[in-house]
Design a protein around this ligand. Structure first.
Ligand code: NAD
Length: 354
């Protein structure tokens, strides 16, 4: 492996800056090198932000991670980010990571990768480093992200995307990754989306410009709106959910309501396409033996993205006079589960402290 290193000062933090020219996290593809190096911030350097961050750095970009989790920041800045891919030996990557308050300078591109409920707060926190020429690309799952971004920046700065890259955060400073992925993106206003797609592809991120990113975002939201809450409510991984005799009926209950809500927003939801993708995902050899991220969020006592999936359909349905009883119930049950697990965790913590 070829590694270039130098000392760089980022805000209050001085770190070794390594550019590793052979990368294990990119699923084996190294983008062709063109002279399109950018200053890129990853706002939300969690599981997925960290994976994309090291890929972008290895692709020649100057990358800064923005995150607010002290243990994670400390682990990465002292020992490097540990990336475990499949059965390979763990690799270390050194990307500077710091809270928003310590970031200085400006960026060509900020990639937003918080959980969706955290997006508004993140955009408030990074306001000082956003200039008129900064482009912001949101890759978080769920619906409503563009509306949140439009409260903070002008439309000509906004790009929306959807990604099939995946990653799991195992502990502070360590992610586990598998396989490869892709990104579909579109400028919401008149931003130069081609230069952003080129920069992503320079890092092997398999980015494709689409004329209709909203359809792709709703498609993925449909898959998540079925698998995420139902795995929590049924306490089942994806393959186990598929063994339920009425699994596909439950999926259709959610998706038929989503289709009507989508139509009211000018979005054509391809329910049969989502059902086809779901039946593939339910196979154990695909995503089957995994628990969706909402399951892990519940176990960790965190807020889930439910209000930006099923809750979004229920809210728009309510406002538009479209009945959404299944999505409304699923949303309320997940909020109840969030409360139950948070109280349980707090009690465990109290007992631990005694
Ligand atoms: P994550 O929770 O691991 O990462 C989010 C990070 O943002 C956390 O480290 C958190 O500390 C940080 N953060 C949030 N608000 C902040 C703030 N105001 N200031 C500083 N730091 C802040 O989540 P993730 O799994 O990386 O997912 C991010 C988004 O991408 C989600 O919308 C998720 O649904 C989507 N997504 C994830 C995957 C995946 O495989 N992990 C795949 C596709 C899409």
């Amino acid at each position: 492996m070829t590694t270039i290193s130098s000392d760089l000062q980022y805000g209050k933090i001085k770190v070794k800056h390594f550019i590793q020219l052979i990368l294990i996290v990119n699923g084996g593809t190294q983008g062709s090198r063109v002279n399109n190096n950018m200053k890129i911030a990853i706002a939300g350097f969690g599981a997925l932000g960290a994976r994309l961050g090291v890929m972008l750095q290895a692709g020649g970009h100057e990358v800064t991670g923005i995150d607010g989790w002290p243990a994670h920041i400390a682990a990465i800045n002292t020992k490097g980010l540990t990336v475990v891919k499949d059965n390979d030996a763990p690799q270390k990557y050194f990307v500077p990571v710091m809270p928003a308050s310590e970031v200085t300078g400006t960026f060509d591109l900020i990639i937003l990768l918080t959980k969706t409920p955290q997006l508004d707060r993140m955009l408030t926190d990074i306001q000082p480093i956003i200039t008129d020429t900064t482009k912001l690309l949101v890759l978080s799952n769920g619906l409503g992200n563009i509306e949140v971004m439009a409260k903070h920046v002008s439309r000509h700065q906004i790009l929306a995307g959807v990604t099939l890259w995946t990653s799991s955060l195992i502990k502070p400073g360590e992610i586990h990754v598998t396989g490869s992925g892709s990104i579909k993106l579109q400028a919401i206003g008149d931003a130069d989306v081609q230069s952003i797609a080129d920069a992503l592809n320079q890092a092997g991120l398999n980015a494709e410009i689409t004329p209709d990113v909203m359809t792709a975002i709703w498609h993925k939201a449909g898959i998540n709106a079925v698998l995420n809450p139902l795995s929590v409510l049924l306490n089942a991984n994806i393959a186990e959910f598929g063994t339920a005799g009425n699994a596909m009926d439950l999926a259709l209950n959610i998706l038929d309501e989503m289709k009507q809500v989508g139509a009211s927003q000018g979005i054509k939801v391809d329910v049969s396409g989502i059902m086809t993708d779901l039946s593939q995902l339910l196979k154990p050899e695909n995503a089957g033996n995994h628990f969706p991220s909402m399951y892990q969020d519940i176990q960790n006592g965190k807020h889930t993205e439910i209000d930006f999936l099923n809750g979004y359909f229920a809210k728009i349905g309510h406002e538009s006079g479209i009945p959404t009883p299944f999505n409304a119930l699923v949303t309320r049950l997940i909020h109840a589960k969030e409360d139950i697990e948070r109280v349980k965790l707090a009690k465990q913590q109290e007992n631990f402290e005694i």
